[in-house]
Write a protein that binds this ligand. Structure first.
Ligand SMILES: [Ca+2]
Length: 198
């Protein structure tokens, strides 16, 4: 009799424990942990803004059509800055495609170009700066053959704080050239590379 009672108590105990587990599960369901994935997206020029000092070679009716194809393509399809009459930087700027996905977090933004300043008589070295919105990279000396150059902005220079997803809408990028001497500056490709988390 005592053995049977013990079994009954044990059964009740197990039943209560199982019920408690079921209730607990429904009160505190397993939360799905959202996965965060690092990603890289490329924004391609889709319109011209400012190109009054620059010329284009073998392009369509728009300047951006010279610079949105293959990065490694050293083609005859480029824009170029004729030597200036005085020492000054002259900009060419482009509107970029908006991103097709919304990033949760933007890690950094890089402007990457393929440019050169072909051989020719010169007394000083030509210089160029990469541009994001209204902000310029340090000066770069382009070599005589096509070379890739890039500059990364870890923060939004207008706020000096992290880039936000909304900063990627209507983003502008370009190149500024200073070639007072006899050589021209050529640009055959430009892309903006955004690293972030989706
Ligand atoms: Ca090109």
């Amino acid at each position: 009799m005592r053995l049977k009672l013990n079994n009954i108590y044990l059964g009740i105990f197990i039943g209560v424990m199982l019920s408690a587990m079921v209730v607990t599960f429904y009160m505190f369901p397993y939360e799905e942990i959202e996965s965060e994935e690092k990603t890289t997206i490329e924004l391609i020029p889709s319109d011209d803004i400012n190109f009054s000092d620059w010329a284009r070679a073998e392009c369509g009716p728009h300047y951006y059509q010279c610079i949105y194809e293959d990065l490694e393509n050293d083609d005859s399809n480029y824009i170029w800055l004729p030597p200036g009459s005085k020492e000054e930087y002259r900009d060419v700027l482009f509107i970029l495609d908006d991103p097709i996905i919304t990033l949760k977090q933007v890690t950094n933004i890089t402007v990457k170009v393929r440019a050169c300043s072909p051989d020719g008589a010169k007394e000083e070295t030509e210089k160029m700066k990469l541009i994001i919105n209204n902000y310029y990279s340090p000066a770069i000396e382009p070599t005589g053959s096509w070379t890739n150059y890039s500059y990364t902005w870890e923060n939004n220079p207008s706020t000096d704080e992290s880039w936000q997803a909304e900063d990627l809408v209507n983003l502008r990028a370009g190149l500024s050239g200073n070639n007072y001497n006899l050589r021209e500056i050529k640009l055959t490709y430009l892309v903006v590379i955004v690293k972030g988390v989706i």
